[in-house]
Structure formats: structure tokens, C-alpha cells
Design a protein around this ligand. Structure first.
Ligand SMILES: Cc1cc2nc3c(=O)[nH]c(=O)nc-3n(C[C@H](O)[C@H](O)[C@H](O)COP(=O)(O)OP(=O)(O)OC[C@H]3O[C@@H](n4cnc5c(N)ncnc54)[C@H](O)[C@@H]3O)c2cc1C
Length: 393
């Protein structure tokens, strides 16, 4: 039987929960840490259903710095996560992210470009002509310029998650297959969690790392989070295009993105304002691609007028409806209740910097990277920090 009192309990064994456990145990190997995960094969967790992209191209300084640290962590990921001589491979492919800018997004993106440069990022401002060279399949519709991050790219999110998970188990974390039904507190101090089995695990520190399920679990402790679990769909297509080399990941101003996988194969996706909100629908709908995405694709990539739909899937974004950014830190009205929530579609890449930050907060260490801009206090104060003035994501 596991010891039922812990120094920290983590609700959710996705990438955020496991990365935080790693930084806790790396800093203090004697800690007793429990990670509770209701879905051990991660059928519905957002991490394995994500596109696995990381980019330096943000407009908020702290988001850029999180990505800079992410690149450092990825460079030594294989060595750091070694367990019994086995080194995980994140399959990080730095094909670069290319953002297409239209007249409306130009100025804001230029500000972001200057900020990224000032922080030492390798980032390029592209003319229309250069965009064409980087992405010959694109007909330049709506394009006034572009930005290209040569170190951005995609990887296997499951490999990163399992790398952290295996490592934390080796470091002594208790990874438990169980569903938390209630966060327990007494006089505004966390006391532990209750499981579906009615078992109670005790701790003065509980981290909510429950991804899209974070608002429902927070509510059991009387904490209301402005987070909507929102269905997002991804489709893999095979086209007749045969680019000479792997193309960058391309983002259109409308939010439509296109990841070149290999030869004629691309992964595409787009968020829509009426995407289903809730945690019960994971069906991928072919008609959404055919009716809402394909026509737009053809407008920008004329050679995609004939293609084969190979497969698709749906997963959940945890959309912070206040400002589209993470909510990080201790809830001001409940001592010991920590949040790593609300990542709104860019959480996978933030696991390294956020995991380190939350671990430092829990351990009372001065944070290596100050992420207090994303503090839960701003939720209570209703003071958003927007990445983009034009749209949340
Ligand atoms: C289609 C799609 C594409 C994406 N693309 C990207 C991308 O390219 N780059 C990027 O950075 N981000 C991307 N994201 C976002 C990213 O996947 C998430 O922000 C990130 O994975 C969140 O990690 P997490 O550990 O917080 O959540 P999750 O991976 O969802 O983990 C939370 C875990 O908590 C468990 N849990 C929930 N409730 C309970 C409970 N009561 N008891 C026990 N366990 C519980 C769940 O089973 C789950 O395993 C994408 C998301 C989707 C859906």
C-alpha cells in the first residue's frame, strides 16, 4: 500500500503533471510525490492528441522565454530522461514555423519580431518574395510579409510525456491509476484529495494539472476557473505535391495551419468559434474538413484541389476565456492549491518551463524565470494578459 500522506499530490499525469513532478524530485529527491491519473493509456488526454509543435514566436516576453528554455530542455532531454540506459527520443524536427502576415496582423507581428530579437531569438522577417521561396506551394494570397523561426518545429508529444513519466517513476514518484473526485480543504488550506474509491490521500499541496478537466476538479474546492474544454480537430491528407525538402509549419492569418509531414502528406487544422465545448465529444468529423477547411486550403494552395483524406482525430484545448494564456501558481484564496492550467492550445511546448516554475513555487525557491504575469490573481482581478490584441488564439 502506498503511503497516504504526501509532500505533493498532482492531479493529472499528462505532460504538465509529469514535468512538474520531475522538477520537484530533481530539486529534492526525498520528496514524497503522488501523481494521480484516471486514464493511464492517455486515450483522451490532450498531450498525445496535440500536434507537438514548439515555437519561439510569441508576443509576450514570458511566453518567448518559456520557449527559449524549452529548446534548452529539449537539447538535453534524451540524456536527462535516461532510465536504465534507455534514452528517449523526442523526434524533434526543427523544420521551422512560418507565419503568414496580412495587413491586419503585420504591425502586431512586427512588434513581436522585435521583442523576440531583443531576447536573442533567431527569427527572420520575410518579404513576400522570400515567403514564396520558403513555401513554393503557397500562392501568396493575403500575404504582405512573413516571420520564420528556424528553431521552431514539431516532435512526438507522447515520447516527451513518456520520457518524463518514466523518469519520475525512477526518481521515486508514486504514479497511481485513480480518479480524483474532490479536492479537500479545511479553513482555506488544502488537506488532500478524495478518489472514486472514497480513499483519501493527504497533502498540504495539491497541483491541478488536469488539463481540460481542470475547471471541474477546481470547482470541487469552490474555485471557478474561466476555462472551456474545447474540441479541436486535426486531419491528415495526402496531396499530389512533392516538395523537394520538408517545408516549414505554415500558419495563415485565419488560424489555419498546415504541417508538412513527408512527401505529399500534410496535417491540417483550424479552430472555429463554434467548436464544441465540453469533455464528451472526441469524434473527428470528415465533413468539417470537407466543408470548412478544404475550400480555404485550395484558395491558398491551389495544388491541393485533389487530395486524399487519410485520417483525423479530435482532442481538447483548455481555453482560458479571459485571455488565452496559462494560469500558473497558487490560488490566492486557497493555500496549497496550485494551478498549471488554461494553456489554450500552446501547453505542450510550455511543460518544461512551467514544470520548473511550479516546482520552484511549491518548494519556496526564487523562480529561475519569473512567470508571475500568469498568476491566478489576474483571474480574480479580471486583468487579462493578451498574446494578441485581435483574437484569443
Ligand atoms: C488538436 C490539438 C493540437 C495541439 N497542438 C499543440 C501544439 O502543437 N503545441 C502545443 O504546445 N500545444 C498543443 N496543444 C495543447 C496541448 O496538447 C495541451 O496544452 C497540453 O498537452 C496540456 O497538458 P496537460 O498535462 O495540462 O493536459 P493533459 O495532457 O490533458 O493531461 C491531463 C491529465 O489529467 C487527467 N485527469 C483529468 N481529470 C482527472 C481526475 N479527476 N483524476 C485523475 N486524473 C485526471 C487526464 O486523464 C489527463 O491525462 C494541442 C491540443 C490539441 C487538442
Amino acid at each position: 500500500m502506498p503511503n497516504k500522506t504526501y509532500d505533493a499530490i498532482i492531479v493529472g499525469g499528462g505532460v504538465m503533471g509529469c514535468a512538474t513532478a520531475y522538477y520537484l524530485l530533481k530539486t529534492d529527491p526525498k520528496l514524497k510525490v503522488a501523481i494521480l491519473e484516471k486514464d493511464p493509456i492517455y486515450e483522451r488526454a490532450s498531450t498525445p492528441l496535440s500536434d507537438g509543435n514548439t515555437r519561439i514566436q510569441f508576443n509576450i516576453k514570458e511566453n518567448i522565454q518559456i520557449s527559449q528554455y524549452g529548446l534548452e530542455a529539449l537539447a538535453r532531454f534524451s540524456d536527462d530522461m535516461e532510465v536504465n540506459g534507455e534514452k528517449p527520443d523526442a523526434a524533434f524536427r526543427q523544420q521551422g514555423d512560418l507565419f503568414i502576415l496580412d495587413e491586419a496582423s503585420r504591425e502586431e507581428s512586427y512588434d513581436g519580431y522585435l521583442l523576440q530579437k531583443s531576447l536573442g531569438c533567431d527569427i527572420r522577417w520575410l518579404s513576400q518574395k522570400e515567403v514564396q521561396t520558403y513555401y513554393p506551394l503557397y500562392n501568396l494570397k493575403d500575404c504582405v510579409a512573413g516571420t520564420f523561426g528556424p528553431h521552431d518545429g514539431t516532435m512526438s508529444p507522447m515520447a516527451v510525456l513518456l520520457g518524463y513519466k518514466k523518469k519520475v517513476i525512477e526518481l521515486g514518484a508514486n504514479f497511481i491509476h485513480a480518479e480524483v473526485t474532490e479536492i479537500l480543504e479545511r479553513q482555506n488550506q488544502i488537506t488532500g484529495v478524495k478518489l472514486t474509491s472514497n480513499e483519501i490521500l493527504n497533502s498540504k499541496v495539491v497541483l491541478n494539472a488536469a488539463g481540460a478537466w481542470a475547471p471541474e476538479i477546481a470547482r470541487t474546492a469552490g474555485v471557478e476557473l474561466p476555462i472551456n474544454p474545447t474540441k479541436r480537430q486535426v486531419t491528415v491528407i495526402e496531396t499530389n505535391a512533392r516538395p523537394e525538402k520538408v517545408l516549414p509549419l505554415l500558419f495563415l492569418p485565419s488560424g489555419l495551419y498546415c504541417i508538412h509531414e513527408s512527401e505529399g502528406v500534410f496535417t491540417v487544422g483550424k479552430s472555429f468559434p463554434d467548436d464544441y465545448v465540453g469533455t464528451n465529444d472526441f469524434t473527428w468529423e470528415r465533413k468539417t474538413f470537407e466543408a470548412d477547411i478544404w475550400p480555404e486550403l485550395v484558395e491558398y494552395f491551389p495544388s491541393f484541389d485533389r487530395l486524399k483524406i487519410m485520417r483525423g482525430w479530435a482532442g481538447l484545448y483548455e481555453v482560458n476565456t479571459l485571455d488565452g494564456n496559462a494560469i500558473l501558481g497558487e490560488w490566492p484564496e486557497l493555500k496549497g492549491f496550485y494551478l498549471a492550467n488554461g494553456f489554450s492550445g500552446h501547453g505542450f511546448q510550455q511543460c518544461h518551463g512551467v514544470g520548473r516554475y511550479i516546482a520552484e513555487l511549491i518548494l519556496g525557491i526564487n523562480p529561475t524565470l519569473d512567470l508571475s504575469i500568469f498568476s491566478p490573481q489576474r483571474i480574480l482581478d479580471k486583468k487579462p494578459v493578451f498574446e494578441s490584441r485581435r483574437k484569443i488564439i
